[in-house]
Design a protein around this ligand. Structure first.
Ligand code: GLN
Length: 495
């Protein structure tokens, strides 16, 4: 096995025993990126020199007796997470040359833990999308089949982990953007509870649902990364001071008497039959492990997409107002002597030339939904239904310990297949918006393979586990026991 293929847990053991160094581990990842990223296109920036310097520091810290689960572990971060002194573009032309002046809190925490930042990954522009095709710098390709999307919007992070370019990656999930690429790329992806991890230094999309989280090779690794990045932050008033999850998952026990709810609205005819079959087999596996199942109903699930696609563009239209061609980012007036542009011209041209079509679509939708005449009918109404969705999910989670659903109704689709139809692309989020609107933690883990409808090799399938707010520990316990009993998470694309 090559070093870049290790899990965090495995690498940590080898580092501790002195069998390998962080510099070697970092070189292995950088070599892998050089070897295949011209085909996968997962990375927007690779900071080789800085990474090797950080790896040396980590080795020096270890030599002095320091220990730590992430000390010397190389990772990649989605390019909407601020990294001091490095480009942070959000995959948008408007931030093409933007150098972040400070680190996001989660990056700062990882630096303190001694993790090694290798670079930044591709995404849908401003994280708007489910396929990573909305990037201003071109799409990322799915390592399982280069003609397909890796999912989105954290598609660069998902593809990079699946192709072993790093030991883990950071993503953000606003309405599925960690879970969807995890499912399409055959890896583990955790969207923590809203408020679990600081949003300070994330480029805002939808402030009421944005959450940073890990994309990893195993559930165990997700627990390690979450423990490092989570916790209250004085720069984000929505973070909470809840106890952070344990990382010794073995000690959490088995699944006897755990009650798993199957929401009937998530098991619907439109789902690919092989995806449905993979889910059935996962359910059987859980039964063997001692878990019990019960059908539950979440009748407002069908309003998840419409509600999400009113609230999200509304918050986006407000959050993207800061990109005006003056404060920072691309300016149509750069280099002009101040005579040819009026203020309005600068706004219009900078935004017109800087934003891609999906960002513009969302700005228009959101501005409309928030406008005086339509606010009550759209935004306010959507918030009311959101409250019902949240209440309904909370009530179901009183009856059962967690919910199990497919992450996506089908495996990865072809590049370009949905790009021309934004509504179809929005429907990709059918199973993932609920947990986002309700602020619940949700994790996608690999549970089998399915042949895509349009032909080709079998592709990874993900299942989604949703638990009570701030009970990521239960997701880890369930996922860990499942990964101990199965090896879907060990399958690798043949590159
Ligand atoms: N597909 C969703 C959207 O386009 C997910 C976005 C996200 O989670 N960042 O809004």
């Amino acid at each position: 096995m090559q070093l870049n293929q290790l899990t965090i847990k495995e690498a940590q053991e080898k580092l501790e025993k002195g069998e390998i160094t962080s510099v070697e581990l970092t070189h292995a990842c950088l070599d892998r990126i050089k070897e295949i990223d011209d085909r996968v296109k997962a990375c927007l920036t690779v900071c080789e020199k800085e990474a090797l310097a950080e790896a040396e520091q980590a080795d020096a810290r270890r030599a002095k007796g320091e220990k730590g689960a992430l000390l010397g572990i190389p990772y990649l971060a989605k390019d909407n997470i601020l990294t001091r002194g490095l480009k942070t573009t959000a995959a948008s032309k408007i931030l093409e040359n933007y150098i972040a002046p400070f680190d996001a809190t989660i990056i700062k925490r990882l630096r303190e833990a001694g993790a090694v930042l290798l670079g930044k990954t591709n995404l849908d522009e401003f994280a708007h999308g489910a396929s990573t095709e909305n990037s201003a710098f071109g799409p990322t390709h799915n390592p399982w089949d280069f003609s397909r999307v890796p999912g989105g919007s954290s598609g660069g992070s998902g593809a990079a982990v699946a192709a072993d370019m790093c030991l883990f990656a950071l993503g953000t999930d606003t309405g599925g953007s960690i879970r969807c690429p995890a499912a399409f790329c055959g890896i583990t992806g955790l969207k923590p509870s809203y408020g679990r991890g600081s949003r300070f230094g994330l480029i805002s999309m939808t402030s009421s649902t944005d959450v940073p989280g890990p994309l990893t090779k195993t559930v165990e690794d997700a627990a390690i990364v979450l423990a490092a990045i989570a916790g209250a932050d004085k720069y984000d008033a929505t973070t909470v001071d809840e106890e952070v999850n344990p990382t010794d998952l073995e000690a959490m026990g088995g699944l006897k008497k755990i009650k798993i709810g199957l929401p009937k609205e998530y098991f619907i005819p439109g789902t690919d039959p092989e995806v449905a079959k993979a889910l059935e087999e996962a359910i059987e596996e859980f039964k063997k492990l001692g878990a019990e199942f019960e059908e539950v109903s979440l009748p407002h699930t069908k309003y998840g997409i419409p509600v999400y696609y009113i609230i999200t563009p509304s918050e986006i239209s407000s959050n993207l107002a800061r990109f005006d061609g003056i404060k920072y980012g691309y300016s149509a007036a750069d280099g002009d002597d101040g005579r040819s542009f009026s203020l309005i011209d600068i706004y219009k041209k900078s935004r017109g030339q800087g934003f891609g079509p999906e960002a513009k679509r969302r700005i228009m939708l959101g501005t409309y939904a928030l406008s005086a005449g339509y606010y009550d009918a759209y935004y306010l109404q959507a918030q009311k239904v959101r409250t019902i969705i949240k209440k309904e999910m909370d009530e179901a989670l009183e009856k059962v310990d967690l919910l199990l659903t497919p992450t996506s109704p089908h495996p990865a689709f072809k590049l370009g297949a949905q790009a021309a139809d934004p509504l179809k692309m929005y429907l990709e989020d059918i199973f993932v918006t609920g947990a986002s609107l309700a602020g619940l933690p949700a994790m996608s883990i690999p549970c089998g393979f399915a042949h895509p409808e349009d032909g080709g090799e079998a592709l990874p399938v993900g299942m989604q586990l949703i638990s009570k707010r701030f009970d990521e520990a239960l997701l880890f316990r369930i996922g860990y026991n499942y990964q101990k009993a199965t090896d879907w998470h060990k399958k690798k694309p043949n590159l």
